[in-house]
Write a protein that binds this ligand. Structure first.
Ligand code: NAD
Length: 564
């Protein structure tokens, strides 16, 4: 195996960060200490965990964007080495209340701005994200431990999202004429009215993307946002907030609060006009119940146990290359990552040989530099889950074709990309999401059987099919019960095509991000009908009975005319 140790270092030159504006943004941590600790290390030369990985002043500029007055802080460490990054100030219920007050005030003004003005800010954000990608990527790698190439996906996705919604703003949000009931005399149009203040609760796995991507269409539609990113990756999310400020969005329009999901997340759900949640299915169900109680809408982007099918006519080199990205991008901590692979009997051995050898050739390492194929898991909890799933499978008879062990020599939470064979329903990883670099291989004899097995279980997020016959693959895609299906690609073809809706069927979610659904969820449609000359009641002394006859004749005539 060539899993390489790539030196942890490359100390980040802090001057890289000096482009962050000096002036702290609008949110003072009134009353609370809330200030990240900036004391120096005890003995940094001998213990990496004794020194701060980031320049404290830089951290402080970011955390000053938080509304957090509790005086409590949570220490966050980099998964690369365990070195402390920051002490994140925590928000109280009162802070969340204040965040909503400020957001509502800002939203009332924002809703009167023109679509063109909002779209221009999105395009400025697009440019800023590309210009400042090094800073975004550095911070993302520090906080998440992912490989640099996977961190790059984050500014890439936000730039795509910003450009898409800026360029299609009018298409989605302009008032639309509809068919009036009486031709020429009934004019009906539909307005897209912003919901108000949207609550966004996001996870740690793609901290920059997940903190921003759902909020951009919310802003475009005239809403304000109160967001609670995951505590482990707050700094990257706060950098996103700073970039929104720099792009020209009014600061109070985007509020960031911090704290445990069960407290601060719940505080948001009890106040928001709409909730956009990304995270586990278990938490999604709690949030769905809370939203139902308040009769507010929500979109839920949840977990998956995603299947990839290699058909017998697949290009095996392409399939093996795609299977590596499908299974091990971001160390498998990706909602659309594959965890089950169904391979046609006729090509099974040849495919597996290629897939295993590509996997064993992957480079792993804790580094800020380009070049690694995979980075760290984010936390001990993630590592524990991965170890438990693999150990359970092996104890019950699964075979390890690649990987299968933790790599503390590379960093505290590293785990090798792992391919399992012989996984059976009694093993935890058969049906439960691992959310790590672990893929189970299964043979299939006929495609109907493969489709049925791919559709097993409660999830339905993302599927992938490799075949040289695009028409056949797309026909099979229609039978896969997943919100997205990629042909000859793992997930990028749908996820990066922002015009296409993205989300889960069954327990993988409700609602969709991206495309028109991704922005319409943040609006109420309002129909405005204007009637001319006639009214919907008997006129000119006509009896009710005559009116009914006239209307009946009218209905028949309209049908003959072919009217909708
Ligand atoms: P999680 O549900 O534990 O946490 C996600 C977010 O919800 C965090 O910010 C957390 O603080 C908050 N939260 C937790 N409990 C809460 C509660 N009771 N009320 C309100 N907020 C609460 O999820 P996780 O384990 O951190 O993230 C990984 C999961 O997210 C995986 O299952 C993955 O598949 C899923 N995910 C899905 C998508 C998607 O687009 N479908 C994208 C990324 C991750």
């Amino acid at each position: 195996m060539i899993y390489q140790w790539v030196a942890t270092e490359t100390p980040v030159t802090y001057s890289r960060y000096m482009s962050v504006p000096e002036n702290p943004p609008n949110v003072p941590a009134a009353g609370g200490s809330g200030r990240p600790l900036v004391e120096g290390p005890a003995d940094p030369e001998h213990d990496p965990t004794a020194s701060y990985a980031l320049e404290p002043e830089y951290v402080e500029r970011l955390t000053s964007r938080l509304l957090a007055t509790s005086g409590r802080t949570v220490r966050v460490e980099t998964p690369l080495t365990g070195a402390p990054l920051a002490h994140i100030p925590q928000s109280t219920d009162g802070d969340v209340e204040e965040a909503f007050v400020r957001a509502r005030r800002a939203q009332a003004i924002w809703a009167r701005t023109s679509l063109d003005e909002r779209a221009a800010m999105l395009l400025r954000l697009h440019d800023l994200v590309l210009e400042r990608q090094d800073e975004i990527i550095d911070l993302t790698v520090w906080e998440s431990g992912k490989a640099r190439k996977h961190a790059f996906d984050e500014p890439l996705h936000i730039a795509l999202t910003a450009r898409y919604y800026a360029r299609t703003a009018h298409q989605h949000l302009d008032t639309q004429r509809k068919i009036g009931v009486v031709p020429a005399l009934t004019r009906v149009e539909v307005n897209r009215v912003p919901k108000g203040v949207v609550g966004i609760i996001s996870p740690w796995n793609y901290p920059f993307t997940m903190a921003l991507c759902d909020g951009l269409p919310a802003l475009l539609a005239g809403n304000a946002v109160v967001t609670k990113p995951d505590s482990q990756t707050m700094l990257t999310a706060l950098l996103g907030a700073r970039l929104l400020d720099e792009a020209g969005f009014p600061k109070d329009l985007w509020q960031v609060v911090a704290g445990p999901g069960s407290q601060v997340g719940t505080s948001i759900v009890t106040r928001a006009d709409y909730v956009c949640f990304t995270g586990s299915t278990a938490t999604g169900k709690i949030i769905a119940r809370q939203c139902a109680e308040r009769l507010i809408g929500c979109s839920l982007e949840l977990g998956g146990k995603n299947p990839l099918l290699v058909l017998r006519d697949a290009d095996l080199e392409k399939a093996a290359e795609g299977a590596v990205r499908a299974s091990f991008s971001n160390a498998g901590q990706l909602c659309v990552s594959m965890e089950r692979m169904f391979v046609a009997d006729q090509v099974y051995d040849r495919f597996v040989e290629r897939f295993v050898s590509r996997t064993k050739a992957m480079t792993l390492g804790a580094s800020m530099e380009w070049g690694n194929d995979m980075g760290s898991l984010i936390s001990q909890a993630q590592l524990d889950t991965v170890v438990a799933h693999v150990d359970d499978a092996v104890a019950k008879g699964a075979r390890v074709l690649a990987g299968g062990r933790a790599r503390p020599d590379l960093g505290p939470y590293f785990y090798e990309p792992t391919i399992l064979e012989g996984v059976t329903p009694d093993m935890t990883c058969f049906g439960h999401e691992t959310f790590g670099p672990v893929i189970a291989l299964y043979r299939f004899h006929d495609e109907a059987d493969a489709i049925a097995r791919a559709n097993e279980g409660e999830y339905g997020l993302n599927g992938s099919i490799y075949s040289q016959d695009g028409d056949r693959a797309r026909a099979i895609a229609r039978e896969i019960r997943c919100g997205t299906v990629n042909v000859n690609e793992a997930f990028g073809a749908t996820f990066a095509s922002i015009d296409s809706p993205m989300g889960g069927m069954r327990e993988s979610g409700m609602g969709r991000r991206q495309g028109s659904e991704g922005v319409h969820r943040y609006t109420e449609s309002q129909s405005v009908g204007t009637q001319r000359l006639i009214r919907f009641a008997p006129m000119l002394g006509m009896s009710d009975e005559t009116y009914a006859k006239v209307m009946t004749a009218n209905l028949k005539f309209m049908k003959k005319l072919g009217r909708a």
